[in-house]
Design a protein around this ligand. Structure first.
Ligand code: NAD
Length: 512
């Protein structure tokens, strides 16, 4: 794997002076504010360019709309073939894309490669799906009638994405949208523009060699929240799929609802693991560690709350503190590093503020300090924190997007589940237990209230085959596998009368 981002970009074919807008395969320089992309690894400037303007939003949406009128008529299995070729191109550029992800988002090499693998996996999933966009046939109550449903392409889909999964979230949305017959307009995080430019460049290359792909099938518009908001406001974008913080989701949902559009929201989590007295402690330490400190605590599914049975709490805490003590923290591109940097100074300040607040609310903080030795002075490196809390105080109920693991104790499983569900977010959850009754209770209607509930597996690191998303303030959206594709299509119910009579439903007589 190469470590030079510039060489990686070159191999993908990204121009030396990248542009902020791609209207289909045509790159256009933005005329907005100057954006300077900094690497969380060492603070170096990776790219400088002008952001898109509000005018660009209209142009891109019009182009995506015209392209949609053509793409929706291409048979779904052919659309699948386009995605299959995209998957091949992603395989070819896997190492280069991962290098760009590491430089821009600060992920360790293994996790960056894993993120690109997720893109490849969703391509494979979408190819199969392109021959399975089934509707149902329903028994009609009327003689000589048939009742059925069909799923049709929806339109241009707006994808707003977060910095921490700078390529996979787009792929989850775009690959399903492409096979469903939709076009895509991507507004990536302004913190990871080069990741987006590289992905768009790969799609452009595949699209240019695919005769049925209309120009405008895939579009990119880089800018801040203003651009995201303009996309959310646009009447010609029937679905906005938005991934990011809860305040962002609240703003986008309101804007989209005002024009009665659809939104698919993938927002913040506050994920917990219940550790029962029967848990395998060695497995618990390993899975809690990966879930809590992986991606430096910057995953939507990161483990943030550990709810431990009082009889094993001291033993588990000692083992966890030992593991935290030995964490290899540093440059994410170095082999052996397991914890890279936080994304920026703001994330570091937010973490330090949360630790101070936790102390004021009765917490005992272990680790959590900034690592600022010379070689790390220009990045935001921290030692992940463990905080023993007397209960779920205000700070524990918030998502702090940093590696802070709050540890609380419980006596009965009912009490643990109540504590587990007593936060506003509802993304991912886990229980570590060898007791089948406890496991089933956790998965039951009276158990975890999250979109993802796991047994003896941590809350982070989902597979693409399942539907991904969460409840409550996490937004209720589902992406990726299972039947998540239905969000990207419109359902029509069709009644066909093949008789010579005209019976009405519900037995209504309406004759003159
Ligand atoms: P963020 O909310 O700051 O930004 C996300 C995206 O929304 C960016 O592209 C940003 O420009 C845009 N945006 C912000 N305000 C907007 C507005 N008012 N209108 C339109 N667009 C707007 O989030 P972030 O810091 O990039 O990412 C971290 C957050 O994302 C965390 O809360 C994390 O849990 C969440 N996240 C959730 C999932 C999930 O699948 N549930 C996945 C990844 C990240």
């Amino acid at each position: 794997m190469t470590h030079s981002i510039h060489e990686a970009l070159q191999r993908i074919g990204v121009a030396d002076q990248p542009a902020a807008v791609a209207v289909g395969t045509k790159w256009q320089t933005g005329a907005g504010e100057l954006l300077s992309g900094k690497s969380p690894i060492d603070g170096s400037t990776l790219a400088t360019f002008n952001e898109a303007t509000l005018g660009d939003v209209g142009l891109v949406v019009d182009t995506a709309q015209s392209a949609f009128l053509k793409w929706r008529e291409v048979p779904a299995p052919r659309r699948g073939e386009f995605v299959r070729l995209l998957g091949e191109a992603l395989r070819e550029h896997k190492a280069d894309l991962a290098t760009i992800v590491s430089w821009e988002a600060g992920k360790i090499t293994q996790e960056a490669l894993g993120e690109v693998q997720e893109m490849i996996d969703i391509c494979d999933f979408a190819v199969g799906l392109s021959r399975q966009l089934y509707g149902k046939t329903i028994a009609s109550e009327r003689p000589g009638h048939r009742l059925m449903e069909q799923w049709h392409p929806l339109g241009p889909i707006g994808v707003i994405s977060a910095f921490n999964f700078p390529v996979a979230v787009w792929a989850w949305n775009a690959m399903l949208a492409f096979v469903c017959g939709d076009t895509v307009i991507w507004k990536p995080s302004e913190k990871t523009p080069l990741c987006a430019i590289a992905c768009q460049q790969i799609v452009n290359q595949v699209a240019q060699n695919f005769p049925e792909a209309p120009d405008g099938l895939s579009n990119l518009i880089i800018g801040d929240a203003t651009i995201g908001n303009a996309l959310a406001e646009h009447h010609d974008v029937p679905l906005i799929s938005a991934t990011g913080s809860i305040p962002m989701g609240r703003a986008v949902a309101t804007t989209v609802a005002k024009r009665l559009g659809r939104s698919l929201l993938e927002l913040g989590g506050n994920n917990a693991m219940i550790v029962t007295e029967s848990a395998d402690l060695e497995m618990t330490v390993r899975s809690a560690l990966f879930s809590a400190v992986g991606t430096c605590g910057q995953r939507c599914t990161s483990l943030r709350r550990l709810i431990v049975h009082e009889s094993i709490a001291d033993q588990l805490l000692t083992a966890l503190k030992n593991a935290y003590q030995r964490l290899p923290i540093g440059n994410p591109l170095e082999p052996g590093t397991l914890v890279g940097p936080l994304v920026d100074q703001r994330a570091l300040d937010t973490m330090q503020h949360a630790l101070k607040t936790a102390k004021e609310q009765g917490g005992i903080v272990h680790f959590g300090h900034q690592i600022d030795e010379t070689e790390y002075a220009d990045g935001c490196y921290v030692h992940p924190a463990i905080v023993e809390m007397p209960g779920q105080t205000d700070i524990v109920q918030q998502e702090t997007f940093a590696p802070i693991l709050y540890v609380m104790r419980y006596r009965t499983l009912d009490e643990a589940i109540e504590m587990h569900n007593a936060v506003p977010q509802g993304l991912s959850s886990a229980i570590m237990t060898n007791d089948i009754r406890q496991a089933e209770q956790f998965l039951s209607p009276a158990g975890s209230d999250c979109g993802i509930a796991n047994i003896n597996v941590g809350p982070s690191g989902a597979e693409i085959g399942g539907a991904f998303g969460g409840e409550k303030e996490t937004g209720g959206g589902r992406e990726s596998g299972s039947d998540a594709w239905k969000a990207y299509m419109r359902r029509t119910t069709n009644t066909i009368n093949y008789s010579t009579e005209l019976p009405l439903a519900q037995g209504i007589k309406f004759d003159l």
